[in-house]
Design a protein around this ligand. Structure first.
Ligand code: ADP
Length: 419
């Protein structure tokens, strides 16, 4: 293993794994810190669920992941968080990064959530989402991590006792040597974190080159694009032509959708127009969970003999509000996740081997119910969403997408990609 990564949420881990895989690293994503030996890979991404938990718990889990990755040979550690720097003044980006620096005996690292391909750019330390400052974007109203300040130097400084500095774009555009020189200057001034400006992929490539010798790098998934080249340069990583195809699986293909995002609602409509589909009725789950699940599984079992099929809880905002008012927001969400996870489990028992899941939380519930410990990463289906194949028996091909990812035909594209 060359690069050991710690991601603070599940679909964020998949997004990073996809980036590394597209840039020539054979990548495996594990669900939590693995118990046994590391699978064979150039990069391993340990998916945690530590973005919004208590800071001390996030630190403990991240340090445990770091120790496992180092013990299994990782040359460099990458701490991955969201490209909108989702955090509060209590953390968890600052406390986790502080603990990882200490754990690795390192003095200095960068913090760079830029991801120009997805419209996240940093200029003069300020994070933009598309054309808007982070603090003017919809992240202002995020229920758990509202982002009210776009100046990342200040945002990070509130989360750590360490000094935070900036490598501004005038330096970044001059290339890796200029960036590395500024790192040295900042370090001697006692700075422990440098926010690095990046407005285009070429900036991230320069930055990646300048980070070659750092024991720890922190960033979004975009900031990782310059790293594989460092390993190729030193001969540690062979040149790989494209992503190696995943082993193929047989068996029917089902789409399970628990996301209610705008993109997902369109994808559900497109699939419904062409293939058999059934909605999950939350009220039916409340009155009789087991028989409702069993009936949906029987229906899907029959439908899948002839074609792919869709089971969805996805609903427009007014219907979601109605369900939440009747049954409670968290209770409704947890019940639907549990139902989708149980349906996935029973369909796998019946031989289904290709599953597309829509929804970050929903994906987590399905993967846990199936007892999957790690995923091999294949080709990209849509930005941020690769085809994956589970380790262990039976092998299951999965496409896991969080809310707003994928175009209108994503479900059909994903089923075609999971062969
Ligand atoms: P996303 O990635 O779009 O945020 P998630 O799976 O993370 O999707 O979250 C969607 C949440 O909404 C899940 O907890 C899911 O169970 C819940 N949910 C899905 N359908 C409904 C519905 N019809 N009414 C209420 N909650 C729903």
């Amino acid at each position: 293993m060359l690069l050991g990564c710690i991601a603070d949420d599940f679909t964020g881990a998949t997004d990073l794994a996809n980036t590394l895989s597209r840039h020539g690293m054979r990548t495996v994503q594990t669900i939590g810190v693995p118990k046994g030996v590391a699978p064979e890979a150039d990069a391993i991404v340990v998916a945690l669920k530590s973005r919004t938990i208590a800071a001390d718990e996030a630190v403990a889990q991240s340090v445990e992941a770091c120790r496992w990755l180092k013990a299994n040979g990782a040359w460099q550690i990458y701490f991955k968080y969201c490209s909108t720097f989702d955090s509060t003044d209590r953390g968890n980006i600052g406390p986790v990064a502080d603990a990882l620096l200490d754990e690795l005996g390192a003095q200095f690292t960068i913090a760079c959530p830029a991801f120009p391909e997805s419209g996240r750019t940093i200029y003069k330390g300020h994070l933009f989402v598309g054309n808007a400052l982070l603090s003017d974007s919809s992240m202002r109203h995020h229920p758990l991590t509202p982002m009210l300040d776009s100046n990342l130097v200040n945002v990070l400084a509130r989360q750590t006792p360490q000094k935070v500095g900036l490598v501004d774009h005038r330096v970044v555009k001059r290339g890796a040597a200029a960036i590395a020189e500024t790192f040295t200057k900042l370090r001697s001034a006692g700075v422990r974190y440098a926010i690095v400006d990046a407005v285009e992929d070429v900036d991230l490539m320069h930055m990646g080159e300048a980070c070659a010798g750092l024991p720890l790098i922190t960033g979004g998934s975009g900031a990782a694009i310059g790293l594989p080249k460092n390993f190729r340069k030193t001969g540690l990583l062979p040149v790989r032509e494209g992503v190696s195809p995943l082993r193929s699986v047989d068996g029917g293909g089902v789409v399970l959708s628990g996301s209610c995002s705008t993109a997902t609602l369109t994808q559900v409509e497109r699939m419904k127009a062409k293939f058999p589909a059934r909605a999950i009725e939350p009220a039916a789950l409340v009155s009789n969970f087991e028989s409702t699940v069993a009936e949906l599984v029987d229906w899907a079992g029959a439908a899948l003999k002839n074609s792919p099929a869709l089971i969805y809880a996805s609903a427009p905002p007014e219907k979601v509000t109605e369900t939440q008012t009747l049954f409670g927001r968290d209770q409704a969400g947890a019940m639907i996740e549990k139902a989708i996870a149980a349906i996935a489990q029973k369909l796998v028992e019946r031989g289904v081997r290709r599953i597309v899941v829509a929804g970050g939380e929903t994906s987590g519930a399905v993967v846990s119910a199936l007892g999957i410990e790690a995923l091999e990463i294949g080709s990209q289906i849509a930005p941020g969403v690769p085809a994956t194949l589970s380790f262990g028996e039976p092998r299951i091909a999965l496409a896991l997408k969080s809310g707003n990812f994928g175009g209108p035909e994503f479900f059909l594209e994903a089923l075609a990609a999971l062969k």
